[in-house]
Ligand binder design. Structure first.
Ligand SMILES: Nc1ncnc2c1ncn2[C@@H]1O[C@H](COP(=O)(O)OP(=O)(O)OP(=O)(O)O)[C@@H](O)[C@H]1O
Length: 291
């Protein structure tokens, strides 16, 4: 049984409409995921070729459609290889927002009797160390993870599994320490590892941010962690979450954001898109140059 709607001279079934709506939603999500990266241009290229292929097929242009058909066949495999990091991110995104993910409202409702794991720990060492590091313009990169130990990234550095302390953090990031290059991973009140290599974001990042910030943003895109960055150049503190950033934060803001993140409150809203941040900065500069 099919329900048909008459739109102009077209007969569109309800199923077709749902199909179109779902594909549009999917394309929009893919666009959002790739926005600002080089991959968006490749994606739009693929999409244009696919649309031409559909048109050629509908017009029954056999030679062209067989050539484009061959290309589409290989294209799917090529797309999987080219977009491997984006596909990974997309699956992670689905995993994070799926019904069974730990942050999900439905899971809380369905398993209301199950107490949420307490991920809080004493964050004073992080705040106090950040104050000292910022005060002495010592660069630092700290990944705070509430749900996993981030084993894959921890193993790229040196495993410590040490009790979190202000003195230890300051020693690690001391310019003369053999552990200062790279990031520390903090989980469950412990410094799991130091000298870790993080994935660098491929998106365009405001010019003032160098590799340390790019790595912090990249890590927050790929995982559910909160990343704290102390700039070596300016001593300013930034935080990255979900590929978004909060720059030049006060220590009170750092404390609140960290506490809320560990208490499983939604902190995503506080962070700014990189584009949004850049626009705000430009507007501020224009205002100051006028006055
Ligand atoms: N992929 C990475 N993973 C972990 N740490 C990294 C990575 N890339 C760079 N870093 C760290 O960042 C340092 C280089 O920082 P760089 O000066 O380029 O960054 P920045 O964002 O301009 O920071 P700053 O404001 O502190 O100068 C490196 O010495 C290293 O410790």
């Amino acid at each position: 049984m099919t329900f048909l709607l008459k739109i102009g001279f077209l007969d569109v079934s309800i199923v077709n409409m749902i199909d179109i709506a779902l594909v549009s939603m999917l394309l929009y999500q893919v666009y959002k995921l790739l926005k600002g990266s080089v991959a968006i241009k490749i994606f739009l290229g693929f999409l244009s070729i696919y649309l031409i292929y559909l048109l050629v097929l509908a017009l029954r242009m056999e030679l062209l459609s067989s050539i484009l058909g061959q290309f589409m066949g290989v294209g799917v495999l090529a797309a999987i290889i080219i977009f491997a990091p984006e596909i990974r991110k997309f699956l992670l995104l689905i995993g994070r927002s799926s019904l069974l993910s730990s942050d999900n409202m439905w899971r809380d409702i369905l398993f209301f009797w199950k107490k949420k794991d307490d991920t809080s720990f004493n964050i004073n060492p992080i705040i106090e160390a950040s104050k000292t590091l910022a005060g002495s313009n010592t660069g630092a990169l700290m990944v705070i993870s509430k749900s996993t130990e981030l084993k894959f990234y921890a193993e790229s550095g040196d495993i410590l599994d040490a009790e979190l302390s202000k003195r230890l953090l300051i020693s690690i990031f001391n310019k003369y320490s053999p552990l200062h290059d790279g990031a520390v991973i903090i989980h469950n009140g412990k410094i799991k590892a130091a000298r870790c290599i993080l994935p660098v974001t491929e998106r365009e990042v405001p010019a003032q941010f160098g590799l340390r910030h790019r790595a912090g943003i990249g890590m927050s895109e790929t995982t559910d962690s909160l990343v704290l960055i102390v700039s070596e150049e300016t001593g300013q503190i930034s935080m990255a979450k979900n590929g978004k950033i909060l720059h030049n934060m006060s220590f009170q803001e750092v404390r609140e954001t960290l506490n809320d993140y560990l208490a499983n409150h939604d902190v995503n809203e506080r962070f700014e898109d990189l584009e949004e941040y850049e626009m705000k900065k430009r507007r501020k500069m224009a205002m100051t140059s006028k006055s």
